[in-house]
Write a protein that binds this ligand. Structure first.
Ligand code: ATP
Ligand code: MG
Length: 248
């Protein structure tokens, strides 16, 4: 860490303490505590039903915890809704169904949705197209702002979804199985995008069953088991075997 970095940058961007979420008798998240920092890529692994997606849903405001605390840059926050997560905490969830409009262009998708208001409805098409072009260049993709989203590959659509996070200056990008449904060749592109997000100072939280992908991009890998964190591994010389061993 550089000596010039301001002290607050060393605090976790987000901390959770003793988070619990039940669904009837099921304790999906059963006392999770975790600190997540700026500019790190954190992988989350665990068996099916270990509570990974439910944990993410507590950070994105989709579900509310039964108990426990969430701190954002050291202050306790209530994540009341996905809107709060996005606009106040700058957390963007990239869903497996990417929530893009397939018939519209890339630039229209980038600006689609509630945030259009932030820029003013009068914002010129040409300005939006130009901003879209800048974001796409930043992501180092070959996609053009005028491409139709439905005609892009899965990996390229992923880049558009990530582009929205950049455009709206999100700090924490959460992805649940981003490489599950795309071709092997495009997986590398998505992993490159994740590295680029970290390079831009963002935090990435990534759930995946593709352990080799996690080893390629993560700084740390957190293991979930029966709704709890059963271990955290620094990603130094980790093998798939190490992760499988940690999971079971
Ligand atoms: N909306 C819900 N209603 C009831 N039970 C739920 C709900 N969501 C999750 N669960 C239960 O909570 C537990 C944790 O599920 P979760 O989806 O978080 O696991 P996961 O680790 O993401 O699994 P996978 O690897 O299969 O995606 C499971 O027992 C699941 O059946
Ligand atoms: Mg899941």
């Amino acid at each position: 860490m550089s000596e010039a970095a301001p002290a607050e940058d060393l605090r976790p961007i987000i901390s959770v303490r003793d988070l619990v979420k039940t669904f009837g008798p099921v304790r999906a998240v059963d006392g999770v505590s975790l600190d997540i920092y700026r500019q790190e890529v954190v992988g989350i692994i665990g068996d099916n039903g270990a509570g990974k997606s439910t944990f993410l849903s507590l950070l994105t405001g989709f579900h509310h915890p039964d108990s426990g605390r969430v701190l954002y840059q050291g202050s306790e926050v209530q994540i009341r809704s996905p809107h709060t997560a996005r606009s106040e905490l700058k957390i963007e969830m990239i869903y497996q169904r990417l929530e893009l409009a397939p018939d519209l262009t890339v630039w229209q998708n980038l600006f689609l949705g509630e945030e259009l208001r932030r820029f003013g409805l009068g914002m010129a098409r040409s300005t939006m197209r130009a901003r879209a072009g800048e974001v796409l260049r930043q992501l180092n993709t070959k996609i053009s702002p005028d491409d139709i989203v439905g005609e892009l590959s899965g990996g390229e659509q992923q880049a558009v979804a990530i582009g929205r996070a950049i455009l709206f200056d999100r700090q924490i990008i959460i992805m649940d199985e981003p490489t599950a449904a795309i071709s092997v060749q495009k997986v590398e592109d998505v992993l490159a995008l994740i590295r680029r997000l970290r390079g831009a100072g963002k935090t990435v939280l990534l759930v995946s069953h593709r352990l080799e992908d996690l080893i390629e991009v993560c700084d740390r890998i957190v293991v979930f088991r029966h709704g709890r964190v059963s271990g955290t591994l620094e990603n130094r010389d980790l093998s798939v075997g190490d992760l499988v061993h940690a999971m079971f």
